[in-house]
Design a protein around this ligand. Structure first.
Ligand SMILES: Cc1cc2nc3c(=O)[nH]c(=O)nc-3n(C[C@H](O)[C@H](O)[C@H](O)COP(=O)(O)OP(=O)(O)OC[C@H]3O[C@@H](n4cnc5c(N)ncnc54)[C@H](O)[C@@H]3O)c2cc1C
Ligand SMILES: *[C@@H]1O[C@H](CO)[C@@H](O)[C@H](O)[C@H]1NC(C)=O
Ligand SMILES: *[C@@H]1O[C@H](CO)[C@@H](O)[C@H](O)[C@H]1NC(C)=O
Ligand SMILES: *[C@@H]1O[C@H](CO)[C@@H](O)[C@H](O)[C@H]1NC(C)=O
Ligand SMILES: *[C@@H]1O[C@H](CO)[C@@H](O)[C@H](O)[C@H]1NC(C)=O
Length: 594
């Protein structure tokens, strides 16, 4: 008996092994790109289109109309709305930062399509996928994923195109565009699949993959609820895509946690085209990995269910510090150094916000905008006013006889206002355009509380070597209270208080060498910044494309477990993104296994 069973199991083992070996050897080492002989035939695309609810799309770079007809109204719109993130998101070929539509070719040419068509001609397709699916339904997503897997295509999932690592574009790839999956529902009582009796959430918000923050905020507000989300002009960042998968920070995070701390359930299509729900009780390993594992790495999200909160009054604090100079003066540095010293206390008191340095024009300085929900106005004043008073005292100590304040220190604001809700202040204050439409690459690092509380003068000095610094108070507080092992998110987040971001920009028409040189200067500055907190890490969604140790920087001690979950749900690496889990087993273009 024992022998018989043993031989059967050896036989089945052998068969399994042979089978795996067969699939392994037959599995191509490289993806099929547009232009390769393996690229699907027109017939194959026609058959695909017949199964979908919308015609196939042929994404093109945003500025194309300015090459075909510079006098057209389409080209006029390109110029007029170039920095409108909501408008850019409506175009499948557009990324928010045009450099991710472009491509530096192996021979060192920049293949791009510029708004000013006299710079480069013709309009280059660059990194914009040539063909894709405008998904409207779950079935569309399943069919698209199966098609990409069957034809061994390089699949790019694109939502709004806000990505800073170019993860929503890719040369020669096939696009799955989620932007039009706009369903929104509020459940008064929401029970996650498989949850034990008695586990439920009140007024959970379920949104389709294409819903953007301005839509999610408005929907929550209509239901008399508040939701934790991202901040951008027009609220154009996706609420159920890359933001969440990478972590998702908000000015509300010091009080209510990150995006990954507020998601209840994720609906996903995996590499086999299967649909599943992941939450704390069902596919819990996948749910763990989706919360911070980043980008389109584990599958395609079709919808997300978030927790919501009762609406609470919110206090806003604003201040602008400036000097008429092209250098930062000691007073500005002192004002910023003091902000670093008190940052941990501010975030632990619930304050979240952004200190942003402006390095253009003939003034230098920074603006601080921060908010705290659900504390009384008195209490908010008690925690922030000492800082504003201190900064104002720096201005007072100067010789105020200089009426042009040339070289002197100027403080505007340094006041607080109270708002009925987070969304009311967001709608009122946030412009609809800006921050996008530039060639931009970032460098960033997360700052843990012990480093900020330590030698804040040195931290200030090194951070201020980066002229366009954005010093973001979006962790600490509630973010620090979550068990680091409970989500796949980089554990560095749980010790962090601040996300410091800076970057490089370049004009259209810059050569590959010029871009490379700027990258070098960014890297050397980032090396000094990292050294302030070498055990920390970086925020995957807003970071350098050239982290020397990406596994450590983006995933810390969670990398191996994330890799194992990916192997389980995506054994063929259909879903790969730059800097993502598994990506370093492929070449830089994510085309061939290395
Ligand atoms: C102006 C601006 C403001 C920002 N503000 C914030 C902020 O306040 N807080 C913050 O945390 N971040 C912020 N970000 C960064 C933002 O989180 C990232 O850019 C993020 O990648 C955007 O996700 P998306 O889905 O909107 O964009 P996309 O570029 O379309 O997608 C980004 C990544 O997510 C993947 N993806 C998208 N949808 C899906 C899906 N349905 N299934 C699987 N994978 C998917 C894509 O493949 C890609 O890898 C901001 C960015 C910009 C440009
Ligand atoms: C477009 O580019 C050309 C060539 O670089 C330049 O001379 C011209 O001033 C640019 N036009 C605009 C509107 O920026
Ligand atoms: C607001 O604060 C009160 C008192 O601390 C707390 O009971 C309540 O849950 C908070 N509500 C929200 C939405 O933060
Ligand atoms: C932070 O708050 C604590 C408790 O209120 C206080 O003792 C401490 O002095 C504060 N630290 C700073 C740097 O202001
Ligand atoms: C808080 O400070 C602001 C000034 O910035 C003031 O207008 C407001 O009256 C103060 N609120 C309370 C409740 O003290």
């Amino acid at each position: 008996m024992v022998g018989k069973y043993a031989s059967i199991s050896i036989l089945s083992f052998l068969l399994t092994w042979l089978g795996q070996r067969f699939t392994h050897t037959s599995e191509p080492r490289c993806r099929c790109l547009y232009g390769d002989s393996c690229w699907p035939s027109d017939d194959a695309f026609i058959k695909l289109a017949e199964q979908l609810s919308a015609p196939l799309i042929y994404p093109r770079p945003l500025a194309l109309p300015c090459y075909s007809n510079p006098d057209s109204s389409a080209c006029a719109a390109v110029h007029a709305r170039w920095d409108d993130g909501t408008w850019r998101a409506e175009h499948p070929g557009a990324t928010q930062h045009p450099n991710f539509e472009a491509l530096i070719t192996p021979s060192g040419e920049v293949d791009a399509c510029y708004a000013n068509s006299s710079i480069g001609s013709p309009c280059g397709q660059g990194s914009v996928p040539v063909i894709g699916v405008k998904a409207l339904t779950l079935a569309d997503v399943r069919i698209t994923v199966k098609f990409a897997a069957e034809h061994n295509l390089k699949l790019v999932i694109k939502n709004t195109g806000h990505d800073f690592l170019g993860r929503s574009s890719g040369h020669g790839s096939f696009m799955l565009w989620t932007h039009h999956m706009k369903d929104i529902a509020v459940d008064e009582v929401f029970r996650p699949l498989g949850a034990p009796e008695g586990v439920y959430y009140e007024f959970a918000l379920t949104i389709g993959a294409g819903v953007q923050w301005h839509e999610a905020y408005a929907a929550a507000d209509n239901a008399n609820r508040m939701i934790v989300g991202g901040i951008s002009p027009g609220g154009s960042v996706g609420a159920a895509g890359g933001w969440l998968l990478g972590g998702g920070h908000s000015a509300l995070s010091p009080t209510y946690g990150l995006g990954v701390d507020n998601v209840i359930q994720i609906s996903l299509v995996t590499s086999t085209g299967d649909h599943l729900l992941a939450n704390a009780h069902h596919h819990a390993d996948l749910f763990w990995a989706l919360r911070g594992g980043g980008g389109g790495t584990f599958g395609v999200i079709t919808s997300v269910t978030y927790r919501t909160y009762p609406i609470v009054p919110t206090v806003l604090a604003t201040m602008v510090v400036s000097v008429k100079s092209t250098e930062l003066t000691d007073d500005v540095k002192t004002a910023f150094t003091e902000l670093i010293r008190i940052t941990t206390n501010l975030t632990d008191a619930g304050w979240g916000g952004y200190a942003m340095f402006d390095s253009t024009g003939d003034t230098r300085g920074f603006s601080l905008g921060a908010l705290v929900p659900n504390v009384s106005w008195e209490e908010a004043n008690r925690t922030i006013m000492p800082y504003f008073d201190y900064v104002k005292s720096l201005a007072m100590s100067l010789d105020s006889s200089d009426e042009t304040w040339n070289g002197a220190f100027k403080v505007e604001g340094g006041t607080t206002t109270e708002w009925p809700s987070f969304w009311s202040l967001y709608k009122h204050l946030m412009p609809n355009t800006g921050q996008v439409g530039r060639n931009l690459e970032l460098g960033s690092w997360l700052f843990p509380r012990d480093v900020l509380d330590g030698d804040h003068e040195h931290v200030a000095e090194v951070l201020l070597e980066n002229p366009g610094l954005s010093y973001e108070l979006i962790a600490g507080g509630a973010v620090s209270k979550v068990d680091p092992s409970s989500t796949g998110l980089n554990p560095a987040w749980r010790k962090a208080v601040v996300h410091a971001v800076f970057g490089i920009t370049w004009p259209d028409g810059a050569s590959a060498e010029e871009i490379q040189q700027l990258r070098g200067s960014l890297e050397s500055k980032l090396t000094r910044v990292r050294a302030l907190a070498p055990d920390s890490g970086a925020y995957l969604n807003e970071a350098s494309l050239f982290e020397p140790d990406a596994r450590h920087a983006f995933f810390g001690g969670h990398y191996e477990k994330l890799r194992a979950v990916k192997r389980k749900y995506d054994p063929t690496d259909l879903f790969l993104v730059t800097e993502g889990v598994g990506a370093d087993e492929w070449d830089e273009q994510l085309r061939c296994r290395v």
